[in-house]
Design a protein around this ligand. Structure first.
Ligand code: TXA
Ligand code: MG
Length: 343
C-alpha cells in the first residue's frame, strides 16, 4: 500500500504515482481512490491488463468495465460521436460521479467492452485518480476494487482485505467521499436512459437534459438489465440482509421475533433510530436527515458485520429519490431483493 497525500502539489510527478504508472505501463493492475469508491485500474488498451483485472476480482467476463479519463478531450478518441445530451451532461457533471455509455470506435481492448458496441466512460473527481491517469498516459479501465459480489471498497484497507496477494499495488488516498458508485447513463438514444443510480441523482440529470428514462430492469425484476453488471448479486455482507419497511415498532418487533427464535441479530440503522432494539450488533449509518453521510458509510457498514457475531441483519429503508435511489438500489441488491413490508 502506497499512501499519497491528496493535497500535494503536482501529484503527477509524485514518486509513488510515477511508480504506479510504471506498473501500469507493464500491464500490471493498480488499485486507486476515486471520489466514489476505490477502483482497480489497468491500461484500457491492453488485453493482458484487462484480463488481470477480471482475474483478481473473480469478475464474470460478460460484465464490461468503466473507462476512466483525465480530461474531457480524451473522450473523442474512443467513441464514434458525442451526442448533444452527452455534451451537456459532461459540461454539467465532469469531473464527477457520472458514467456515460456511448458507441465506441474499437480502439479500446475488446475485453473492456465485453463484446458490446458501446463503452462506459467517466472522468473521476479525485486528484489521485486524475494524476494516475495522466501519469499512465492511457485511459484506465477500472471496476470497483472489491472481490466480485462483496461491498465496494471505500478505503484502501477494504481493498487490501479483498485483493491482498492478487494485486501488487494499492494507492491509499484515504476514505472516498461519495461512497456509492457513479450513476451510469446511456446516451446512445434520443432520450437519456438511467442504467444504474449513483452519485448524481436522476433529478439532477433531468435539470440538464429533460426527462430521463429509467431502465425497466431497475423497477421490475423480470427484465434483463441493459447494464450487464446489474444482473449479478452484489454488495453482500457476511450474513443475510433483510430490508424492513415499516414503523419503528414494526422494526423492533421483527428484531425481537428473531432474537426469540434464537438468532443473533445485527441491525443497520441511522442515527435517529439508534438503540431501538436489543440486537447483538448495531451499526450506525449516518443521519437519515443527511443521505450523503448514509451513502458515504454504507459499504463500510455492510462490511463491519461479523458472521461470528450475527446470523441475520435487518436494515431500515430509505425514500427512493435523490441519493436515496442509489442507497436503496445497493441495499436491495445486498439483500437479494427481500423486503419485509408492514401490512
Ligand atoms: O464509481 C464507479 O463507477 C466505480 C469507480 C471505480 O469509478 N466503478 C464501478 O465499476 O463501479 P463497476 O465495474 O463496479 O461497475 C460498472 C458498471 C457495471 O454495472 C457494468 O455492467 C456497467 O457499468 N457498464 C460498463 N460498460 C457498460 C456498457 N457498455 N453498457 C452498459 N453498462 C455498462
Ligand atoms: Mg462494482
Amino acid at each position: 500500500i502506497l499512501s499519497v497525500d491528496n493535497s500535494v502539489e503536482n501529484l503527477k510527478e509524485h514518486p509513488l504515482i510515477q511508480c504506479a504508472a510504471t506498473q501500469l505501463a507493464s500491464n500490471e493492475v493498480v488499485a486507486f481512490p476515486t471520489e466514489t469508491v476505490y477502483g482497480l485500474g489497468g491500461n484500457a488498451l491492453s488485453d493482458q491488463a484487462i484480463e488481470r483485472i477480471f482475474k483478481a476480482k473473480g469478475r464474470p467476463s460478460d460484465n464490461p468495465l468503466i473507462v476512466h479519463i483525465s480530461n474531457k478531450k480524451q473522450l473523442q478518441h474512443y467513441v464514434k460521436h458525442i451526442p448533444n445530451s452527452a455534451r451537456k451532461l459532461i459540461d454539467a457533471f465532469w469531473p464527477g460521479p457520472l458514467t456515460i455509455v456511448l458507441e465506441h470506435n474499437k480502439k479500446l481492448s475488446t475485453r473492456v467492452t465485453a463484446q458490446l458496441s458501446t463503452v462506459a466512460v467517466r472522468m473521476p473527481d479525485h486528484p489521485v485518480a486524475l494524476a494516475l491517469i495522466e501519469a499512465a498516459n492511457v485511459p484506465l479501465a477500472a471496476p470497483s476494487a472489491n472481490t466480485s459480489g462483496k461491498p465496494s471498497p471505500t478505503t484502501a484497507d477494504h481493498v487490501r482485505k479483498d485483493l491482498a496477494g492478487k494485486i501488487s499495488t494499492i494507492i491509499d488516498g484515504g476514505t472516498t467521499g461519495v461512497g456509492v458508485e457513479s450513476t451510469v447513463v446511456d446516451c446512445t438514444s434520443e432520450t437519456v436512459m438511467l442504467l444504474r443510480p449513483g452519485g448524481i441523482s436522476k433529478e439532477a440529470l433531468e435539470e440538464i437534459v429533460g426527462v430521463v428514462e429509467v431502465d425497466p430492469a431497475l423497477v421490475a425484476a423480470d427484465h434483463t438489465p441493459k447494464s450487464p453488471g446489474m444482473k449479478y448479486t452484489h454488495y453482500a455482507p457476511d450474513a443475510p440482509l433483510q430490508l424492513i419497511d415499516g414503523s419503528t415498532d414494526f422494526f423492533r418487533k421483527i428484531v425481537e421475533d428473531a432474537i426469540n427464535n434464537g438468532k443473533k441479530v445485527g441491525v443497520l440503522v441511522t442515527e435517529e433510530n439508534k438503540g431501538l432494539t436489543r440486537a447483538n450488533q448495531e451499526v450506525i449509518l449516518g443521519k437519515r436527515s443527511d443521505l450523503s453521510t448514509v451513502a458515504q458509510t454504507l459499504y463500510s457498514s455492510l462490511r463491519s458485520f461479523d458472521k461470528n457475531v450475527v446470523d441475520i441483519i435487518f436494515t431500515e429503508v430509505f425514500p427512493e429519490t435523490g441519493l436515496g435511489s442509489a442507497i436503496m438500489n445497493r441495499l436491495k441488491k445486498a439483500a437479494g431483493g427481500t423486503i419485509i413490508k408492514q401490512d
